[in-house]
Write a protein that binds this ligand. Structure first.
Ligand code: PBG
Length: 333
């Protein structure tokens, strides 16, 4: 009988050798923590479909950010929930210098000058129709080019308030180029653009829309977000975003779209970010709450998986939890 010469189990035999040959590692610096902010004071309200994740008022978000910073997270992505009185079909309030987003950017940068502050750019929190762009009500269509102007104003108001990066998530054609031009012309050529290049029309955004009260009032987002049946379209979008001046590309959601992460990490030399979205978080949390999955292990495995697929940056609601674990286990890394 022939014995195997290749003993694959040798490289798996102990923690030490497994750690030595590991191809993928995580670090708190890899993470961007999404933050949900609402108007008011002393508010910490749990999002029902995102157990353990909260919307904060500005006074309390500062403590939450301190906790993130203490465990090594150095980047955040801000979302705000605006009241219905701030919503219309033009999204005009999105660019208001006194808006909650702009106030939040200023307050967070004042408290944490070193923190990398990114902001979401799309009209949905400001749209009476819950859409990312301006709606032609008669046709029931989302109008591309009129939306670009609103997005440009919104993005400019964010960098004027002190944001380091903007993350356009609206999927309108030409928005990266329009924002890059506006930054160049207005003295903000040093600001970064994280393009949601491959943003799919996914059912995994449900809990997020609960968090911001931003579900579409009619129809869905399939005329602007990518069809989950397609791969090439994402590569196409990524090429365009890169040519238009993006500094980083994003794939969203994460775990169902790892083939796309791999495609983009091969087709572009820009860093690729993955957004592990609200529905992914909710699935893990709910299965863990039932005792059906081990929460800690599945959290770490899900993050490793996106990194292994080719992501350099991970936007995740687990940023704090995962970082706590990482600094406990690798305190000097
Ligand atoms: C807004 C936006 C959405 C998410 C990020 N930015 C929702 C949507 O497109 O409807 C989803 C994030 C998540 O589910 O965690 N354009």
């Amino acid at each position: 009988m022939a014995f195997p010469n290749q003993r694959k189990r040798i490289n798996r035999a102990s923690n030490q050798i497994r750690n030595l040959v590991a191809e993928t590692t995580l670090h708190p610096h890899d993470f961007v923590a999404p933050l949900f902010i609402e108007d008011g004071e002393n508010i910490k309200s749990e999002i029902p479909s995102m157990p353990g994740y909260f919307r904060y008022s500005l006074d309390l978000i500062i403590y939450e950010i301190q906790e993130l910073v203490d465990v090594g997270v150095q980047s955040v992505l801000i979302f705000v929930k605006e009241g219905d009185d701030k919503k219309d079909n033009t999204g005009a309030y999105a660019a208001h210098p006194g808006g909650l987003m702009q106030q939040s950017i200023r307050a967070i940068k004042a408290a944490f000058p070193e923190l990398l502050v990114m902001t979401d750019v799309a009209l949905d929190p400001y749209s009476s129709y819950g859409h990312d762009g301006i709606v032609d009500i008669e046709k029931g269509e989302i109008v591309n080019d009129a939306t670009l102007l609103a997005l440009v104003k919104m993005a400019l108001s964010h960098v004027e308030a002190g944001a380091d990066w903007v993350a356009p998530s609206d999927m309108m054609d030409g928005r990266i180029g329009a924002i890059r031009d506006a930054f160049n012309l207005n003295g903000y050529s040093h600001k970064g653009i994280l393009a949601y290049s491959a943003k799919y029309a996914s059912a995994l955004y449900g809990p997020f829309r609960d968090a911001l009260d931003s579900a579409p009032g009619f129809g869905d987002k399939k005329t602007y977000q990518i069809d989950p049946r397609n791969r090439k379209e994402s590569v196409d979008e990524a090429y365009l975003d890169e040519a238009e001046g993006a500094d980083m590309l994003m794939v969203k959601p994460g775990s169902f779209y790892l083939d796309i992460v791999r495609d983009l990490s091969h087709s572009s030399n820009l860093p690729v970010a993955v957004y592990q979205v609200s529905g992914e978080y909710a699935m893990i949390k709910s299965a863990a709450a039932q005792g059906w999955l081990n929460e800690h292990d599945i959290m770490m495995e899900s993050l490793i998986a996106v990194k292994r697929a080719g992501a350099t940056v991970i936007l995740t609601y687990f940023a704090k939890e995962a970082s706590k674990h990482l600094i406990k286990n690798y305190p000097n890394s």
